[in-house]
Write a protein that binds this ligand. Structure first.
Ligand code: MRU
Length: 372
């Protein structure tokens, strides 16, 4: 990602070689600020409070959280404590548990004196791999946009996306945005309808910000507008991200994704899901029955924050005083509503056999990631 002429990732090792820098996503789009994290507890709190968020990024953040924990204490007990503390931060995105399993496998059988160096190397590889995977997702997905542009005789291709599955949800490039940025960079005229994504407004605050930074034309829409636009032929393709995809291709993503998939199905708009392979949970099949859905604080629903005309950030209540509110953070879109899964190994049918054939090395899960 480029911000003010400088390349950025969402997470990095600071110049001291051990502390971890992140972009504070709770301040965007009004302020670009970074934070330096120096301890396990700080990383756990950054993940929980959504300073960093998005499935692939919280995987990388958890990996660096293990590094910070081991730097303070390289014992088995400290490793277990770090795993438990980080796993408890957010329950739905499987990448977090996947990364914790990767870190434990890398360091567990190493002598204590080697563990810190091994952990930092593995965390760096997880971050680097995420960037490479997302570039490959861009290559796989751009073909869909090119085909749509050909069908439209070169007229602008309009995409719809939900939540933020871009630079900011990953280490760089993004998942759902990767094909869009690739298409734009190749001169294909594209436009993005950005769902605002209540209650945390990751679309309005984060996707709109980064898509603008990249230069791609976009229009923020209220969450409820997508169906109307699809009925009127204004959406050529929907591409969303994922927080967990089951072995049979059910897709768990930010709340509201299912309703967009239903509308897309009804109107014949292709509905694609872009995901890196660590987002696949081969230990689960039925996403609706099995995936744990995070419930967050009701104040994310009852209150809203924004910038006043004179530049102050204010939070206001938008419901009657005392009104009860529920805050389900994710929903599950059954595989039958998904046109295809855009992965680093190509566009795959949302079916068990196709997923297993594309990722044979992931199919045998000795220990279900969800029950780490
Ligand atoms: O709750 P968040 O902001 O961590 O939500 C995760 C997401 O950004 C999305 O669900 C996204 O589409 C998948 S992550 C690329």
């Amino acid at each position: 990602m480029q911000f003010e002429g400088k390349p950025w990732r969402t997470i990095w090792l600071e110049a001291d070689g051990w502390s971890v820098g992140v972009i504070d996503q709770t301040r965007l789009p009004h302020r670009f600020a970074t934070i330096r994290l120096t301890a396990l507890e700080e990383m756990a709190s950054a993940i929980k409070s959504m300073v960093v968020r998005g499935a692939p990024l919280i995987g990388a953040a958890a990996a660096y959280g293990v590094c910070l924990a081991l730097k303070a204490d390289a014992s088995d007990a400290a490793l277990d404590r770090a795993r438990d503390a980080l796993a408890a931060t957010r329950p739905t995105a499987i990448n977090l548990r996947w990364a914790l399993a990767q870190m434990a496998a890398a360091v567990r059988n190493r002598p204590h004196r080697e563990r810190v160096a091994v952990a930092y190397a593995r965390a760096q590889a997880i971050a680097d791999d995420d960037v490479a995977i997302n570039a490959a997702i861009g290559e796989a997905g751009v073909a869909l946009i090119e085909a749509a542009a050909r069908r439209k005789n070169g007229a602008r291709v309009s995409l719809l996306t939900h939540c933020n599955a871009g630079w900011l949800a990953t280490v760089d490039i993004g998942t759902a945005t990767a094909p869009i940025y690739t298409a734009y960079d190749r001169g294909i005229p594209v436009h993005v309808f950005v769902d605002e994504t209540r209650p945390r407004n990751q679309g309005a605050a984060l996707t709109a910000w980064e898509v603008q930074q990249h230069g791609v034309p976009c229009t923020v829409i209220a969450d409820n507008a997508g169906g109307h636009l699809m009925q009127h032929g204004q959406v050529d393709l929907a591409i969303v991200g994922a927080d967990r995809v089951t072995a049979q291709g059910d897709v768990c993503n930010k709340i509201g994704t299912y309703l967009k998939a239903l509308a897309a199905h009804d109107t014949g708009v292709p509905f694609y899901v872009a995901l890196p392979s660590p987002t696949i949970d081969f230990s689960m099949r039925d996403g609706i029955a099995e995936i744990p859905i995070e419930e967050r604080e009701p104040d994310e629903v009852t209150h809203i924050s924004g910038m006043t005309a004179d530049g102050r950030i204010e939070t206001v209540r938008i419901v009657p005083k005392g009104a009860a509110a529920a805050n389900y953070a994710f929903d599950v879109t059954p595989a039958r509503l998904v046109t295809g899964l855009i992965t680093e190994r190509g566009v795959i049918a949302p079916q068990a056999a196709a997923l297993a054939a594309a990722f044979p090395e992931r199919v045998t899960v000795e220990r279900p990631l969800s029950r780490l």
